[in-house]
Design a protein around this ligand. Structure first.
Ligand code: UDP
Ligand code: MG
Length: 312
């Protein structure tokens, strides 16, 4: 039985050796055969060079480098496609997912669980604002999709069979956390404390998070479209009531009073239309993205391909 560990890195030059050291130490102690797939997500610093250097002294390390920054989701997809293990563990490269939980994950897998998921029992030293943001997002996501992901994380172990099903999913924009729940299978969770980052900063800017949230919700639910229909119905009802009122004042010869109503209606309908158009646009944009059927990522370097293929 082989364990694969997938770790995405984006501009983590200083962090890479530390992470590889502690992950490999834990894995060696378990006595399992293992491989580590370090995925460089198009880093702009010397992350790839550091990885390749590390691979020289670590035969279990495979380095994959994406041709540009495709985002963590794409990096995970690359890892899941390439991993060969009977169980595949996915974890962050900044040690915020403590490797010390790995033996426990493997134990649960050996007990027969196909998916072993880390649940954040302590979100680390996150700002109140950031916790609030995450909470708001998960509430929204649960309401729309029916999947409660509060405190869910990307720290997971998947059985080979689950990984094989994952790689069959055709959508381009993935949301690992939720899609792995959608896949089903016998699953269990374990609580873990998010460790603090020791080097570098979080790679998630506000804009990236907003994009991820919108993608996550629209890829899991068509409810916003139904909501548009509801809003439209309510607007029609308002139309009807205000229409009668306007006509009545018109026949009473006090039509100038209705000017306020006109303005209100303008605002309401204009706003409603624009909002709805925007929402529809998001869905059409997603269809556009999926229809193009582009690859999720492009690998520009693979440390294992090198020995076989010298043609470059
Ligand atoms: N990451 C990545 N591509 C990106 C952003 C992040 O591969 O575009 C990696 C990053 O190097 C780290 C993991 O994803 O290993 C989690 O990122 P980060 O720690 O910045 O996220 P946070 O812990 O703040 O959620
Ligand atoms: Mg982190």
């Amino acid at each position: 039985m082989t364990i694969s560990v997938i770790i995405p890195f984006y501009n983590e030059r200083l962090q890479i050796p530390l992470t590889l050291d502690s992950v490999s130490a834990v894995l060696e102690e378990t006595g399992e055969t293992f491989e580590i797939l370090a995925i460089d997500d198009g880093s702009e610093d010397e992350s790839v060079e550091v990885m390749i250097e590390e691979a020289k002294s670590r035969p279990y390390l495979r380095v994959l480098s994406l041709s540009r920054n495709f985002g963590k989701e794409a990096a995970l997809c690359a890892g899941l496609d390439e991993a060969k293990g009977d169980a595949v563990i996915v974890m962050d490269g900044d040690l915020q997912h403590p490797p010390s939980y790995i033996p426990e994950m493997i134990r649960l897998w050996r007990e027969g669980y196909m998916v072993v998921e880390g649940v954040k029992s302590f979100r680390g030293k996150e700002s109140r604002f950031s916790k609030g943001k995450a909470n708001f997002f998960y509430k929204l996501f649960a309401r729309f999709s029916g999947y409660n992901l509060t405190n869910a994380s990307d720290f997971k172990l998947l059985d080979r069979q689950v990984v094989d099903e994952w790689t069959k999913l055709r959508e381009r924009d993935t949301f690992f956390r939720a899609l792995s729940a959608w896949l089903g299978f016998k699953r269990t969770t374990f609580p873990f404390e998010v460790a603090e980052r020791t080097t570098g900063d979080s790679k998630w800017g506000g804009l990236k998070l907003i994009k991820l949230s919108i993608n996550a919700i629209t890829s899991f639910s068509a409810r916003p479209i139904y909501a548009i229909a509801m809003v439209g119905m309510i607007l029609l009802l308002l139309f009807f009531i205000l229409g009668i009122q306007t006509l009545v004042t018109y026949f009473l010869g006090r039509s100038i009073v209705g000017f306020t109503t006109v303005i209100l209606l303008q605002l309401l309908i204009g706003g409603g239309t624009l909002f709805s158009l925007g929402l529809i646009g998001i869905y059409i944009g997603r269809i556009f993205d999926e229809v193009k059927d582009r690859p999720r990522y492009i690998i520009s370097y693979d440390s294992q391909a090198e020995s076989k293929d010298t043609g470059g």
